[in-house]
Ligand binder design. Sequence first.
Ligand code: UD2
Ligand code: MN
Length: 549
Amino acid sequence: MQRRSPKPIIKLQTGEDSKDNSVPARKPGVHKVLSLDVTLNPRDANAVGQFGQAALFASNEDAEVRKRWDEGHFNVYLSDKIPVDRAIPDTRPEMCAQNLVHDDLPSTSVIFCFVDEVWSTLLRSVHSVLNRSPPHLLKEIILVDDFSTKDYLKEPLDKYMSQFPKVKIIRLKERQGLIRARLAGAAVAKGEVLTFLDSHIECNVGWLEPLLERVYLDRKKVPCPVIEVISDKDMSYMLVDNFQRGVFKWPLVFGWSALPEEYIKKHNMTVADPIRCPVMAGGLFSIDKKYFYELGAYDPGLDVWGGENMEISFKIWMCGGEIEIIPCSRVGHIFRGQNPYKFPKDRQKTVERNLVRVAEVWLDEYKDLFYGHGYHHLLDRKAIDIGNLTEQIELRKRLKCKSFKWYLENVYPDMDAPLAKAEGLVFNRGLRKCLALQSGSLSFEICDLSKQSQHFNYTWMRHIRQEDLCVAPQSKDSGFGLQPCDNTKPELRWFHKSSNSALAEHLITEFVSHHMCLEAGALGDTLHLNPCVPRNIFQKWQFTHYHAQ
Ligand code: UD2
Ligand code: MN
């Protein structure tokens, strides 16, 4: 259910409180969100990129732009020309400036982790926080240097930041990756709330209070700002569409999707209302520090980059919390085409390994959908070492977290997640009979939907399955194959309807390199593995219901 944005009751100070000079009663009042922006004036209005406008460069600068691009995988050359404290347009929905927040919001530690971040963007990130956050709410800014290799991020950074007492730098002795770097930052944080930000962002006017207000109202709320786009090409600050939320598609790929129109209408939502968000993007959010630790923080077994946003999102929702996007809080972020830093190990393998950890701990039976969307190879535990999951599984039990099924039904009901790709009778087009499993062996019978013995699932593991038994390829003529199902065995997997080719209706074994298909003997009492023949109807099979391609 969508909660409306807070409409706190205004309690005006009556003056009586101030006359009473005994113990000051903590009467939480409210005030209009502070729109302070130290950079508003004075300012060089003509500076490059000022007010978030596109910075242009002459064609003779093109070579320089290209040369420096790889330092950050965005226009580093332009970034260096733009003031580190430039103004950006206030992109909040109009009503945001009128919103009320409590006077006694908790303070926050802002944590930036970085590895080899570009100097000017790192500075702009820090300045945007210093200049646009109410000082009494900003406990500190913690910069966690994840073992950067650039010299300018050492003494020069120390020196530059020494002018800001609130900025602390901690340096990791070896590359930990952003997940463990965030944990290192959180471990020293003194604020009541942790606010994580990427190191190439610009916080917009009034960004902080609306986030802290949500945590104040409920410590299990995890608010995220709207992430706006700072162009990687011209560094302009760009507005994004309203009503966007973070979601995932299989196999756990993060993406944005607009709230369904009916949902907006039904809940009478305005553009400024918090948006329930099934998955956070990952980089920018506030969380009550105690609650973060109650949740077991991040799985420290996640490496370098990727998947941690899924982990924390499932954990928050399934273990009693909520993730929201707060339209009145906006932060620009440079989205880059590539990671500008090196991965200690292969990038793809690192991310896949992280996702397997998340799937194994949080997805329950739905992990088949994860593996079934192109990740079958990850089931081979000889090929990847996912590390130990005992602690994560224990944590989930200890916190009495809800099931992934609950999450899908309650948090992300528009997600399509059928547990089987197809199910029902398995009809052979040539024989015009159905497969049946009777006392441990396969046979063909006249099709009868009421017979459980004829019901099979075609699963995400690409198994043809009844209970714990799977149809196995049998190259010998001696009878039909059945084996206990085992996700790690490729020989139990069959391709079916996986393309629109002439073999779409066939059951093609994955096990042998040349195509071999399951074929019913014309007399109806045998099952063979034969070379695939597109027009052979004894090789064509149909399930009663198809739920996914
Ligand atoms: C997104 C998130 C990012 C993170 C990531 C998935 C946003 C805006 N960004 O990708 O925060 O959740 O998805 O993991 O939602 N870093 C380190 N050590 C490393 C690698 C990265 O400190 O080994 C820092 C990096 O300098 C940056 C932050 O972590 O400040 C996030 O990395 P990114 O900007 O490359 O991730 P991004 O925005 O592509
Ligand atoms: Mn980023």
